[in-house]
Write a protein that binds this ligand. Sequence first.
Ligand code: ATP
Length: 584
Amino acid sequence: MMYSLVAEAYEKIEGTTKRLEMTDYLVDLLKKTPPDLIDKVVYLTQGKLYPDYMGVEIGIAEKLAIRAVSKATGRSEKEISSDLEVTGDLGETTQKFLEKRLQASLFRRPLTVQTVYRTLDKIAKTTGSGSMDYKINLLAGLLVDATPKEAKYIIRTVTGKLRLGIADMTVLDALAIAYGGGKEARDVLERAYNISSDLGKVAKVLVTSGVEEIKRFKVSVGNPIRPMLAERLSSPQEILEKLGGKCIAEYKYDGERMQAHKDGNKVMLFSRRLENITSQYPDAVQLIRENVKAKTAIVEAECVAVDPDTGEMRPFQELMHRRRKHEIAEAIVEYPISLFVFDVLYVDGRDLTLEPYLNRHKVLEEIIEEGDRVKIATYIITDDSEKLERFFEEAIENGCEGLVCKSVSEDSVYQAGARGWLWIKYKRDYKSEMTDTVDLVVVGAFYGRGKRAGTYGALLLAAYNKREDTFETVCKIGSGFTDEDLKKIPELLEPHRIPHRHPRVKSTLEADVWFTPRIVIEVIGAEITLSPVHTCAMGIMRKGSGLAIRFPRFTGNYRLDKAAEDATTVDEIIEMYKSQLKRV
Ligand code: ATP
Protein backbone atom coordinates (compact mmCIF):
# COMPACT_ATOMS: atom_id res chain seq x y z
CA MET A 1 0.00 0.00 0.00
CA MET A 2 1.38 3.37 -0.99
CA TYR A 3 1.87 5.88 1.79
CA SER A 4 0.50 8.54 -0.58
CA LEU A 5 -3.00 7.09 0.03
CA VAL A 6 -2.57 7.72 3.73
CA ALA A 7 -1.23 11.24 3.17
CA GLU A 8 -4.13 12.09 0.89
CA ALA A 9 -6.64 10.88 3.44
CA TYR A 10 -4.90 12.93 6.14
CA GLU A 11 -5.16 16.01 3.95
CA LYS A 12 -8.89 15.55 3.45
CA ILE A 13 -9.49 14.83 7.13
CA GLU A 14 -7.53 17.89 8.08
CA GLY A 15 -9.58 19.98 5.68
CA THR A 16 -12.94 19.28 7.25
CA THR A 17 -14.56 20.41 10.46
CA LYS A 18 -17.48 18.03 10.15
CA ARG A 19 -17.25 14.85 12.12
CA LEU A 20 -19.35 12.87 9.66
CA GLU A 21 -17.13 13.86 6.76
CA MET A 22 -14.09 12.98 8.78
CA THR A 23 -15.55 9.54 9.41
CA ASP A 24 -16.29 9.12 5.69
CA TYR A 25 -12.69 9.89 4.74
CA LEU A 26 -11.48 7.46 7.35
CA VAL A 27 -13.89 4.79 6.07
CA ASP A 28 -12.43 5.33 2.59
CA LEU A 29 -8.90 4.94 3.83
CA LEU A 30 -9.68 1.83 5.87
CA LYS A 31 -11.41 0.23 2.90
CA LYS A 32 -8.30 0.77 0.78
CA THR A 33 -6.08 -0.78 3.41
CA PRO A 34 -5.10 -4.44 3.00
CA PRO A 35 -5.92 -6.66 6.02
CA ASP A 36 -2.31 -7.18 7.05
CA LEU A 37 -1.82 -3.42 7.42
CA ILE A 38 -5.11 -2.43 9.00
CA ASP A 39 -3.77 -2.27 12.55
CA LYS A 40 -0.77 -0.20 11.49
CA VAL A 41 -2.89 2.28 9.55
CA VAL A 42 -5.23 2.64 12.52
CA TYR A 43 -2.31 3.42 14.83
CA LEU A 44 -0.77 5.83 12.31
CA THR A 45 -3.96 7.86 11.90
CA GLN A 46 -3.74 8.62 15.60
CA GLY A 47 -0.06 9.50 15.37
CA LYS A 48 1.00 6.26 17.05
CA LEU A 49 2.74 3.00 16.24
CA TYR A 50 1.23 0.87 19.01
CA PRO A 51 -1.61 1.09 21.51
CA ASP A 52 -0.85 3.61 24.26
CA TYR A 53 -0.35 1.06 26.99
CA MET A 54 2.77 -0.25 25.30
CA GLY A 55 4.41 3.07 26.03
CA VAL A 56 6.32 3.25 22.72
CA GLU A 57 6.75 6.85 21.62
CA ILE A 58 8.35 8.03 18.41
CA GLY A 59 9.28 11.22 20.22
CA ILE A 60 11.83 13.01 18.04
CA ALA A 61 12.63 16.47 19.39
CA GLU A 62 12.02 19.30 16.93
CA LYS A 63 15.69 20.19 16.96
CA LEU A 64 16.69 16.74 15.76
CA ALA A 65 13.95 16.71 13.15
CA ILE A 66 15.36 20.00 11.80
CA ARG A 67 18.71 18.31 11.33
CA ALA A 68 17.07 15.53 9.37
CA VAL A 69 15.17 18.03 7.21
CA SER A 70 18.44 19.86 6.57
CA LYS A 71 20.10 16.63 5.45
CA ALA A 72 17.24 15.71 3.16
CA THR A 73 16.87 19.13 1.54
CA GLY A 74 20.43 20.41 1.55
CA ARG A 75 19.26 23.62 3.29
CA SER A 76 20.95 24.91 6.40
CA GLU A 77 19.43 24.30 9.83
CA LYS A 78 19.35 28.06 10.31
CA GLU A 79 17.25 28.57 7.20
CA ILE A 80 14.85 25.88 8.31
CA SER A 81 14.57 27.29 11.82
CA SER A 82 13.82 30.78 10.61
CA ASP A 83 11.11 29.53 8.29
CA LEU A 84 9.73 27.50 11.16
CA GLU A 85 9.37 30.73 13.10
CA VAL A 86 7.09 32.00 10.35
CA THR A 87 5.00 28.85 9.79
CA GLY A 88 5.00 27.55 13.35
CA ASP A 89 4.83 24.04 11.89
CA LEU A 90 7.89 22.05 10.92
CA GLY A 91 5.70 19.85 8.73
CA GLU A 92 4.73 22.79 6.60
CA THR A 93 8.26 24.15 6.47
CA THR A 94 9.53 20.75 5.35
CA GLN A 95 6.87 20.55 2.66
CA LYS A 96 7.88 23.97 1.38
CA PHE A 97 11.59 23.19 1.18
CA LEU A 98 10.98 19.85 -0.47
CA GLU A 99 8.81 21.46 -3.14
CA LYS A 100 11.79 23.59 -4.11
CA ARG A 101 13.99 20.51 -4.46
CA LEU A 102 12.58 19.36 -7.77
CA GLN A 103 15.48 17.57 -9.41
CA ALA A 104 15.90 15.14 -6.49
CA SER A 105 12.47 13.69 -7.13
CA LEU A 106 13.88 11.76 -10.09
CA PHE A 107 15.65 9.43 -7.69
CA ARG A 108 12.71 8.92 -5.38
CA ARG A 109 11.62 5.44 -4.46
CA PRO A 110 7.90 5.78 -3.77
CA LEU A 111 7.13 5.20 -0.11
CA THR A 112 4.97 2.33 1.04
CA VAL A 113 3.09 2.23 4.35
CA GLN A 114 5.26 -0.74 5.30
CA THR A 115 8.48 1.25 4.79
CA VAL A 116 7.22 4.27 6.68
CA TYR A 117 5.94 2.17 9.57
CA ARG A 118 9.07 0.03 9.77
CA THR A 119 11.34 3.07 9.72
CA LEU A 120 9.34 4.96 12.32
CA ASP A 121 9.39 1.82 14.47
CA LYS A 122 13.18 1.68 14.24
CA ILE A 123 13.38 5.35 15.14
CA ALA A 124 11.17 4.77 18.18
CA LYS A 125 13.03 1.73 19.44
CA THR A 126 16.65 2.72 18.90
CA THR A 127 18.35 3.73 22.12
CA GLY A 128 21.84 4.10 23.48
CA SER A 129 24.92 6.01 22.42
CA GLY A 130 25.01 7.17 18.83
CA SER A 131 21.29 6.55 18.52
CA MET A 132 20.54 10.21 17.78
CA ASP A 133 22.59 10.26 14.59
CA TYR A 134 21.11 6.95 13.56
CA LYS A 135 17.58 8.29 14.09
CA ILE A 136 18.34 11.44 12.11
CA ASN A 137 19.70 9.38 9.23
CA LEU A 138 16.67 7.12 9.21
CA LEU A 139 14.32 10.08 9.17
CA ALA A 140 16.32 11.93 6.50
CA GLY A 141 16.20 8.76 4.40
CA LEU A 142 12.42 8.72 4.57
CA LEU A 143 12.20 12.41 3.67
CA VAL A 144 14.42 11.93 0.62
CA ASP A 145 11.93 9.42 -0.76
CA ALA A 146 8.84 11.30 0.32
CA THR A 147 6.72 13.68 -1.73
CA PRO A 148 6.46 17.10 -0.09
CA LYS A 149 2.99 16.28 1.18
CA GLU A 150 4.07 12.93 2.60
CA ALA A 151 7.05 14.60 4.24
CA LYS A 152 4.76 17.05 5.98
CA TYR A 153 2.83 14.25 7.65
CA ILE A 154 5.89 12.18 8.43
CA ILE A 155 7.47 15.13 10.20
CA ARG A 156 4.30 15.84 12.14
CA THR A 157 4.07 12.19 13.12
CA VAL A 158 7.62 11.89 14.41
CA THR A 159 7.43 15.14 16.37
CA GLY A 160 4.11 14.15 17.96
CA LYS A 161 2.13 16.85 16.16
CA LEU A 162 -0.05 14.95 13.74
CA ARG A 163 -3.22 15.97 15.56
CA LEU A 164 -5.83 15.04 12.99
CA GLY A 165 -8.37 14.92 15.79
CA ILE A 166 -9.36 11.32 15.09
CA ALA A 167 -10.78 10.16 18.40
CA ASP A 168 -11.05 6.50 19.40
CA MET A 169 -14.79 6.68 18.90
CA THR A 170 -14.36 8.00 15.35
CA VAL A 171 -12.15 5.04 14.48
CA LEU A 172 -14.77 2.67 15.92
CA ASP A 173 -17.50 4.35 13.86
CA ALA A 174 -15.39 4.10 10.72
CA LEU A 175 -14.56 0.45 11.35
CA ALA A 176 -18.24 -0.37 11.91
CA ILE A 177 -19.16 1.24 8.59
CA ALA A 178 -16.22 -0.11 6.59
CA TYR A 179 -16.20 -3.70 7.85
CA GLY A 180 -18.93 -4.27 10.44
CA GLY A 181 -21.94 -4.00 8.15
CA GLY A 182 -22.98 -0.58 9.40
CA LYS A 183 -23.20 1.64 12.46
CA GLU A 184 -25.06 -1.03 14.46
CA ALA A 185 -21.78 -2.89 14.87
CA ARG A 186 -20.39 0.06 16.78
CA ASP A 187 -21.45 -1.23 20.24
CA VAL A 188 -19.79 -4.61 19.95
CA LEU A 189 -16.68 -2.98 18.57
CA GLU A 190 -16.66 -0.54 21.43
CA ARG A 191 -16.87 -3.32 23.94
CA ALA A 192 -14.00 -5.13 22.25
CA TYR A 193 -11.99 -1.93 22.47
CA ASN A 194 -12.93 -1.34 26.11
CA ILE A 195 -11.68 -4.75 27.14
CA SER A 196 -8.47 -4.62 25.09
CA SER A 197 -7.51 -0.92 24.89
CA ASP A 198 -6.13 -1.72 21.46
CA LEU A 199 -7.90 -0.27 18.40
CA GLY A 200 -5.41 -1.91 16.05
CA LYS A 201 -6.15 -5.34 17.44
CA VAL A 202 -9.91 -4.75 17.21
CA ALA A 203 -9.53 -3.62 13.60
CA LYS A 204 -7.43 -6.63 12.71
CA VAL A 205 -9.84 -9.16 14.23
CA LEU A 206 -12.77 -7.44 12.53
CA VAL A 207 -11.15 -7.35 9.11
CA THR A 208 -9.70 -10.83 9.19
CA SER A 209 -12.41 -12.74 11.09
CA GLY A 210 -15.56 -10.63 10.89
CA VAL A 211 -18.00 -9.11 13.34
CA GLU A 212 -19.06 -12.48 14.79
CA GLU A 213 -15.56 -12.95 16.09
CA ILE A 214 -15.69 -9.47 17.60
CA LYS A 215 -18.81 -10.54 19.50
CA ARG A 216 -16.80 -13.40 20.97
CA PHE A 217 -13.91 -11.09 21.87
CA LYS A 218 -12.61 -11.87 25.36
CA VAL A 219 -10.35 -10.11 27.77
CA SER A 220 -6.80 -11.35 27.68
CA VAL A 221 -3.91 -11.13 30.04
CA GLY A 222 -1.51 -8.43 28.85
CA ASN A 223 -4.21 -6.27 27.27
CA PRO A 224 -5.32 -3.71 29.86
CA ILE A 225 -9.06 -3.29 30.29
CA ARG A 226 -10.31 0.28 30.29
CA PRO A 227 -11.33 1.03 33.85
CA MET A 228 -14.89 1.10 35.13
CA LEU A 229 -15.57 4.40 36.89
CA ALA A 230 -18.03 5.63 39.47
CA GLU A 231 -20.73 8.28 39.55
CA ARG A 232 -21.08 10.37 42.66
CA LEU A 233 -23.87 11.12 45.16
CA SER A 234 -23.81 12.93 48.44
CA SER A 235 -26.03 10.99 50.82
CA PRO A 236 -26.46 7.35 51.82
CA GLN A 237 -30.21 7.59 51.24
CA GLU A 238 -29.77 8.71 47.63
CA ILE A 239 -27.18 6.03 47.06
CA LEU A 240 -29.34 3.21 48.38
CA GLU A 241 -32.29 4.44 46.38
CA LYS A 242 -30.24 4.54 43.19
CA LEU A 243 -28.86 1.05 43.80
CA GLY A 244 -32.25 -0.56 44.37
CA GLY A 245 -32.30 -0.38 48.17
CA LYS A 246 -29.21 -2.48 48.85
CA CYS A 247 -25.53 -2.31 48.02
CA ILE A 248 -22.09 -3.56 48.78
CA ALA A 249 -20.16 -0.62 50.19
CA GLU A 250 -16.38 -0.69 50.16
CA TYR A 251 -13.72 1.57 51.58
CA LYS A 252 -12.54 4.03 48.93
CA TYR A 253 -8.80 3.81 49.48
CA ASP A 254 -6.79 6.89 48.68
CA GLY A 255 -3.97 5.68 46.52
CA GLU A 256 -3.24 4.72 42.97
CA ARG A 257 -5.42 2.36 40.98
CA MET A 258 -3.63 -0.66 39.61
CA GLN A 259 -4.82 -3.27 37.18
CA ALA A 260 -2.60 -6.29 37.70
CA HIS A 261 -2.21 -8.90 34.96
CA LYS A 262 -0.69 -12.15 36.17
CA ASP A 263 0.51 -14.88 33.87
CA GLY A 264 2.40 -17.45 35.91
CA ASN A 265 5.36 -15.61 37.32
CA LYS A 266 5.02 -12.69 34.96
CA VAL A 267 3.10 -9.72 36.33
CA MET A 268 2.22 -6.47 34.60
CA LEU A 269 0.73 -3.44 36.30
CA PHE A 270 -1.31 -0.78 34.56
CA SER A 271 -2.33 2.60 35.95
CA ARG A 272 -5.78 4.18 35.78
CA ARG A 273 -4.67 5.76 32.51
CA LEU A 274 -3.37 2.36 31.39
CA GLU A 275 0.29 3.26 31.44
CA ASN A 276 2.52 0.33 32.15
CA ILE A 277 3.83 1.07 35.65
CA THR A 278 5.29 -2.37 36.37
CA SER A 279 8.87 -1.15 36.73
CA GLN A 280 7.94 1.39 39.40
CA TYR A 281 6.41 -1.20 41.70
CA PRO A 282 8.54 -4.34 42.01
CA ASP A 283 7.06 -4.79 45.50
CA ALA A 284 3.50 -4.78 44.15
CA VAL A 285 4.57 -7.26 41.47
CA GLN A 286 5.87 -9.57 44.18
CA LEU A 287 2.68 -9.22 46.24
CA ILE A 288 0.53 -10.13 43.24
CA ARG A 289 2.77 -13.07 42.45
CA GLU A 290 2.50 -14.41 45.98
CA ASN A 291 -1.05 -13.53 46.99
CA VAL A 292 -3.07 -14.15 43.86
CA LYS A 293 -3.74 -17.87 43.90
CA ALA A 294 -4.49 -18.39 40.23
CA LYS A 295 -2.14 -19.13 37.40
CA THR A 296 -3.50 -16.37 35.21
CA ALA A 297 -5.63 -13.52 36.47
CA ILE A 298 -6.53 -9.88 36.05
CA VAL A 299 -7.36 -8.11 39.30
CA GLU A 300 -7.87 -4.49 40.24
CA ALA A 301 -6.50 -2.98 43.40
CA GLU A 302 -5.80 0.33 45.02
CA CYS A 303 -2.17 0.69 45.98
CA VAL A 304 -1.79 2.73 49.17
CA ALA A 305 1.23 4.11 50.98
CA VAL A 306 1.55 2.68 54.47
CA ASP A 307 3.55 3.61 57.50
CA PRO A 308 6.60 1.33 57.44
CA ASP A 309 6.44 0.80 61.19
CA THR A 310 2.77 0.47 61.99
CA GLY A 311 1.28 -0.63 58.69
CA GLU A 312 -1.28 2.19 58.93
CA MET A 313 -2.38 3.96 55.78
CA ARG A 314 -0.68 7.20 54.84
CA PRO A 315 -2.05 10.13 52.83
CA PHE A 316 -2.08 9.93 49.05
CA GLN A 317 0.76 12.48 48.67
CA GLU A 318 3.23 10.00 50.15
CA LEU A 319 2.57 7.57 47.36
CA MET A 320 3.64 10.20 44.87
CA HIS A 321 7.23 9.58 45.97
CA ARG A 322 6.88 6.26 44.22
CA ARG A 323 6.29 7.94 40.88
CA ARG A 324 9.94 7.83 39.92
CA LYS A 325 12.14 6.10 37.43
CA HIS A 326 15.32 5.88 39.50
CA GLU A 327 16.30 4.73 42.98
CA ILE A 328 13.33 2.44 43.09
CA ALA A 329 14.91 0.06 45.59
CA GLU A 330 15.28 2.94 48.07
CA ALA A 331 11.72 4.13 47.49
CA ILE A 332 10.36 0.66 48.24
CA VAL A 333 11.89 0.78 51.69
CA GLU A 334 11.11 4.40 52.40
CA TYR A 335 7.56 4.43 51.06
CA PRO A 336 6.16 0.92 51.39
CA ILE A 337 2.76 0.07 50.00
CA SER A 338 -0.20 -2.19 50.59
CA LEU A 339 -2.67 -3.46 48.02
CA PHE A 340 -6.42 -3.44 48.56
CA VAL A 341 -7.96 -5.62 45.90
CA PHE A 342 -11.49 -4.73 44.79
CA ASP A 343 -12.28 -6.59 41.58
CA VAL A 344 -11.36 -9.57 39.44
CA LEU A 345 -11.95 -9.56 35.70
CA TYR A 346 -10.35 -12.74 34.53
CA VAL A 347 -9.20 -16.01 36.05
CA ASP A 348 -7.62 -18.99 34.30
CA GLY A 349 -9.42 -18.69 30.98
CA ARG A 350 -12.64 -17.31 32.45
CA ASP A 351 -13.69 -13.80 31.38
CA LEU A 352 -15.59 -12.43 34.38
CA THR A 353 -16.40 -8.97 33.05
CA LEU A 354 -20.00 -9.88 32.26
CA GLU A 355 -20.67 -11.59 35.59
CA PRO A 356 -22.59 -9.77 38.35
CA TYR A 357 -20.39 -8.16 40.97
CA LEU A 358 -21.23 -10.54 43.80
CA ASN A 359 -20.07 -13.47 41.64
CA ARG A 360 -16.83 -11.65 40.88
CA HIS A 361 -16.43 -10.88 44.56
CA LYS A 362 -16.85 -14.53 45.45
CA VAL A 363 -14.10 -15.45 42.98
CA LEU A 364 -11.98 -12.68 44.44
CA GLU A 365 -12.31 -14.21 47.88
CA GLU A 366 -11.29 -17.58 46.47
CA ILE A 367 -8.15 -16.41 44.71
CA ILE A 368 -6.79 -13.76 47.05
CA GLU A 369 -4.75 -14.98 49.94
CA GLU A 370 -4.84 -12.08 52.32
CA GLY A 371 -1.71 -11.08 54.16
CA ASP A 372 -0.28 -8.05 55.96
CA ARG A 373 0.22 -6.21 52.69
CA VAL A 374 -2.59 -7.57 50.52
CA LYS A 375 -6.21 -7.37 51.53
CA ILE A 376 -9.60 -7.46 49.91
CA ALA A 377 -11.19 -4.00 50.21
CA THR A 378 -13.09 -3.76 53.51
CA TYR A 379 -16.83 -3.98 52.79
CA ILE A 380 -20.31 -4.36 54.16
CA ILE A 381 -23.49 -5.36 52.39
CA THR A 382 -26.36 -3.29 53.68
CA ASP A 383 -29.78 -1.80 53.03
CA ASP A 384 -29.57 0.57 55.99
CA SER A 385 -28.58 4.18 55.38
CA GLU A 386 -27.47 4.72 58.98
CA LYS A 387 -25.12 1.76 58.78
CA LEU A 388 -23.79 3.14 55.55
CA GLU A 389 -23.13 6.51 57.16
CA ARG A 390 -21.25 4.89 60.08
CA PHE A 391 -19.21 2.80 57.70
CA PHE A 392 -18.37 5.96 55.78
CA GLU A 393 -17.10 7.69 58.94
CA GLU A 394 -15.08 4.65 59.84
CA ALA A 395 -13.52 4.67 56.36
CA ILE A 396 -12.56 8.34 56.62
CA GLU A 397 -11.09 7.90 60.04
CA ASN A 398 -9.02 4.96 58.84
CA GLY A 399 -7.39 7.10 56.19
CA CYS A 400 -9.74 6.46 53.26
CA GLU A 401 -11.46 8.98 51.03
CA GLY A 402 -14.94 7.61 51.64
CA LEU A 403 -16.84 4.72 50.10
CA VAL A 404 -17.50 3.20 46.73
CA CYS A 405 -21.02 1.73 46.85
CA LYS A 406 -21.60 -0.95 44.27
CA SER A 407 -24.67 -2.52 42.77
CA VAL A 408 -25.45 -6.09 43.80
CA SER A 409 -28.04 -6.57 41.08
CA GLU A 410 -27.93 -9.34 38.49
CA ASP A 411 -26.83 -6.90 35.80
CA SER A 412 -23.92 -5.45 37.77
CA VAL A 413 -21.34 -6.31 35.13
CA TYR A 414 -17.92 -4.70 34.87
CA GLN A 415 -18.63 -1.71 32.63
CA ALA A 416 -15.21 -1.33 31.06
CA GLY A 417 -14.40 2.21 30.00
CA ALA A 418 -17.60 3.70 31.40
CA ARG A 419 -18.58 5.97 34.25
CA GLY A 420 -21.95 4.63 35.31
CA TRP A 421 -24.40 4.21 38.17
CA LEU A 422 -23.41 0.66 39.07
CA TRP A 423 -20.67 2.19 41.19
CA ILE A 424 -21.37 5.30 43.23
CA LYS A 425 -18.73 7.08 45.22
CA TYR A 426 -19.50 8.80 48.47
CA LYS A 427 -16.88 11.33 49.46
CA ARG A 428 -16.98 14.27 51.80
CA ASP A 429 -18.06 17.53 50.24
CA TYR A 430 -15.61 19.54 52.27
CA LYS A 431 -11.87 19.54 52.64
CA SER A 432 -10.20 20.83 55.71
CA GLU A 433 -6.87 21.02 57.40
CA MET A 434 -5.92 20.92 61.02
CA THR A 435 -3.74 23.93 61.64
CA ASP A 436 -3.16 23.66 65.39
CA THR A 437 -1.46 20.98 67.38
CA VAL A 438 -3.27 19.36 70.28
CA ASP A 439 -1.99 18.00 73.59
CA LEU A 440 -3.39 14.56 74.32
CA VAL A 441 -3.14 12.08 77.17
CA VAL A 442 -1.82 8.55 76.67
CA VAL A 443 -4.44 6.16 78.05
CA GLY A 444 -3.46 2.89 76.40
CA ALA A 445 -1.03 1.20 74.02
CA PHE A 446 -0.92 -1.53 71.41
CA TYR A 447 1.98 -3.91 70.89
CA GLY A 448 4.06 -3.38 67.78
CA ARG A 449 4.82 -5.72 64.90
CA GLY A 450 7.78 -6.01 62.56
CA LYS A 451 10.40 -3.42 63.36
CA ARG A 452 8.44 -2.46 66.46
CA ALA A 453 8.08 -5.96 67.84
CA GLY A 454 8.86 -5.88 71.56
CA THR A 455 7.80 -2.28 72.01
CA TYR A 456 4.59 -0.33 71.48
CA GLY A 457 3.40 0.03 67.89
CA ALA A 458 0.75 2.62 68.63
CA LEU A 459 -0.66 4.63 71.52
CA LEU A 460 -4.26 5.34 72.37
CA LEU A 461 -4.76 9.05 73.05
CA ALA A 462 -7.56 10.95 74.73
CA ALA A 463 -8.86 14.48 75.21
CA TYR A 464 -10.12 15.73 78.56
CA ASN A 465 -13.84 16.10 79.25
CA LYS A 466 -14.01 18.81 81.89
CA ARG A 467 -17.68 18.50 82.67
CA GLU A 468 -17.54 14.79 83.37
CA ASP A 469 -13.91 14.70 84.45
CA THR A 470 -13.24 11.83 82.05
CA PHE A 471 -10.79 11.11 79.23
CA GLU A 472 -12.33 10.35 75.84
CA THR A 473 -10.30 8.66 73.13
CA VAL A 474 -9.65 10.63 69.97
CA CYS A 475 -7.00 8.68 68.01
CA LYS A 476 -4.59 5.80 67.77
CA ILE A 477 -1.17 7.14 66.91
CA GLY A 478 1.79 5.31 65.40
CA SER A 479 3.54 7.97 63.36
CA GLY A 480 6.15 10.59 64.08
CA PHE A 481 8.13 8.54 66.61
CA THR A 482 11.91 8.31 66.27
CA ASP A 483 13.83 5.24 67.45
CA GLU A 484 14.76 7.26 70.49
CA ASP A 485 11.08 8.02 71.23
CA LEU A 486 10.26 4.35 70.89
CA LYS A 487 12.74 3.57 73.64
CA LYS A 488 11.79 6.48 75.84
CA ILE A 489 7.99 6.16 75.69
CA PRO A 490 7.68 2.72 77.35
CA GLU A 491 10.01 3.94 80.10
CA LEU A 492 7.91 7.07 80.63
CA LEU A 493 4.68 5.09 80.70
CA GLU A 494 5.80 2.13 82.81
CA PRO A 495 5.10 3.75 86.20
CA HIS A 496 1.52 4.44 85.11
CA ARG A 497 0.72 0.99 83.78
CA ILE A 498 -2.44 -0.60 85.19
CA PRO A 499 -4.06 -4.00 84.53
CA HIS A 500 -7.35 -2.67 83.11
CA ARG A 501 -8.90 0.42 81.59
CA HIS A 502 -8.80 3.36 83.99
CA PRO A 503 -12.33 4.15 85.27
CA ARG A 504 -12.04 7.74 84.07
CA VAL A 505 -11.17 6.61 80.52
CA LYS A 506 -13.98 6.12 78.04
CA SER A 507 -13.00 3.81 75.22
CA THR A 508 -14.67 1.37 72.87
CA LEU A 509 -11.28 0.11 71.76
CA GLU A 510 -9.53 -2.64 73.69
CA ALA A 511 -5.90 -1.61 74.21
CA ASP A 512 -3.22 -4.23 74.91
CA VAL A 513 -1.94 -2.17 77.81
CA TRP A 514 -3.75 0.48 79.89
CA PHE A 515 -2.35 3.48 81.76
CA THR A 516 -3.49 5.93 84.37
CA PRO A 517 -3.94 9.17 82.43
CA ARG A 518 -0.78 11.14 83.16
CA ILE A 519 1.60 11.49 80.20
CA VAL A 520 0.70 14.24 77.72
CA ILE A 521 2.17 14.48 74.22
CA GLU A 522 1.78 16.98 71.40
CA VAL A 523 0.11 15.78 68.22
CA ILE A 524 -0.76 17.21 64.81
CA GLY A 525 -3.20 15.60 62.41
CA ALA A 526 -4.67 16.17 58.96
CA GLU A 527 -8.12 17.05 60.26
CA ILE A 528 -10.86 16.18 62.71
CA THR A 529 -13.46 13.75 61.46
CA LEU A 530 -16.60 12.05 62.70
CA SER A 531 -15.85 8.64 64.10
CA PRO A 532 -17.97 5.66 65.05
CA VAL A 533 -15.05 4.31 67.10
CA HIS A 534 -13.69 7.09 69.26
CA THR A 535 -15.60 8.36 72.27
CA CYS A 536 -14.56 12.04 72.16
CA ALA A 537 -17.74 14.15 72.02
CA MET A 538 -19.80 11.02 71.38
CA GLY A 539 -23.27 11.91 70.12
CA ILE A 540 -22.69 15.66 70.17
CA MET A 541 -22.05 16.39 66.50
CA ARG A 542 -23.98 13.39 65.30
CA LYS A 543 -25.96 10.59 66.95
CA GLY A 544 -23.76 7.54 67.45
CA SER A 545 -20.55 9.28 66.36
CA GLY A 546 -17.62 10.77 68.17
CA LEU A 547 -14.73 12.84 66.84
CA ALA A 548 -11.31 11.62 65.82
CA ILE A 549 -8.05 13.00 64.54
CA ARG A 550 -7.17 11.69 61.11
CA PHE A 551 -3.53 10.86 60.27
CA PRO A 552 -2.22 11.81 63.71
CA ARG A 553 1.53 12.32 64.07
CA PHE A 554 3.68 12.94 67.13
CA THR A 555 5.41 16.34 66.86
CA GLY A 556 8.30 15.28 69.09
CA ASN A 557 7.14 17.37 72.04
CA TYR A 558 6.52 15.64 75.34
CA ARG A 559 4.35 17.96 77.42
CA LEU A 560 5.68 16.76 80.74
CA ASP A 561 4.87 20.22 82.08
CA LYS A 562 1.18 19.45 81.71
CA ALA A 563 -1.07 17.42 83.95
CA ALA A 564 -3.59 15.10 82.31
CA GLU A 565 -6.33 17.63 83.12
CA ASP A 566 -4.39 20.31 81.21
CA ALA A 567 -4.72 18.36 77.96
CA THR A 568 -6.81 19.68 75.07
CA THR A 569 -10.44 19.41 76.07
CA VAL A 570 -13.29 17.72 74.32
CA ASP A 571 -14.93 21.14 73.92
CA GLU A 572 -11.85 22.45 72.15
CA ILE A 573 -11.91 19.49 69.76
CA ILE A 574 -15.58 20.21 69.04
CA GLU A 575 -14.72 23.86 68.31
CA MET A 576 -11.89 22.81 66.01
CA TYR A 577 -14.23 20.49 64.16
CA LYS A 578 -16.84 23.22 63.73
CA SER A 579 -14.35 25.81 62.53
CA GLN A 580 -13.04 23.34 59.96
CA LEU A 581 -16.55 23.05 58.56
CA LYS A 582 -16.89 26.83 58.40
CA ARG A 583 -13.63 27.21 56.50
CA VAL A 584 -15.05 25.35 53.50
P1 ATP B 1 -11.46 9.97 42.26
O1 ATP B 1 -10.61 11.16 42.05
O2 ATP B 1 -12.65 10.21 43.14
O3 ATP B 1 -10.69 8.74 42.66
P2 ATP B 1 -11.70 8.90 39.62
O4 ATP B 1 -12.29 9.60 38.44
O5 ATP B 1 -10.24 8.62 39.61
O6 ATP B 1 -12.13 9.71 40.89
P3 ATP B 1 -13.86 7.17 40.15
O7 ATP B 1 -14.30 6.03 39.33
O8 ATP B 1 -14.73 8.35 40.12
O9 ATP B 1 -12.38 7.50 39.78
O10 ATP B 1 -13.72 6.68 41.64
C1 ATP B 1 -13.28 5.38 41.85
C2 ATP B 1 -11.78 5.36 42.08
O11 ATP B 1 -11.55 5.09 43.45
C3 ATP B 1 -11.13 4.25 41.32
O12 ATP B 1 -10.57 4.71 40.11
C4 ATP B 1 -10.06 3.72 42.26
O13 ATP B 1 -8.81 4.30 41.97
C5 ATP B 1 -10.47 4.22 43.63
N1 ATP B 1 -10.89 3.17 44.57
C6 ATP B 1 -10.47 3.05 45.84
N2 ATP B 1 -11.07 2.06 46.46
C7 ATP B 1 -11.93 1.49 45.58
C8 ATP B 1 -12.84 0.41 45.65
N3 ATP B 1 -13.02 -0.29 46.76
N4 ATP B 1 -13.55 0.13 44.54
C9 ATP B 1 -13.41 0.83 43.40
N5 ATP B 1 -12.55 1.88 43.28
C10 ATP B 1 -11.82 2.20 44.36
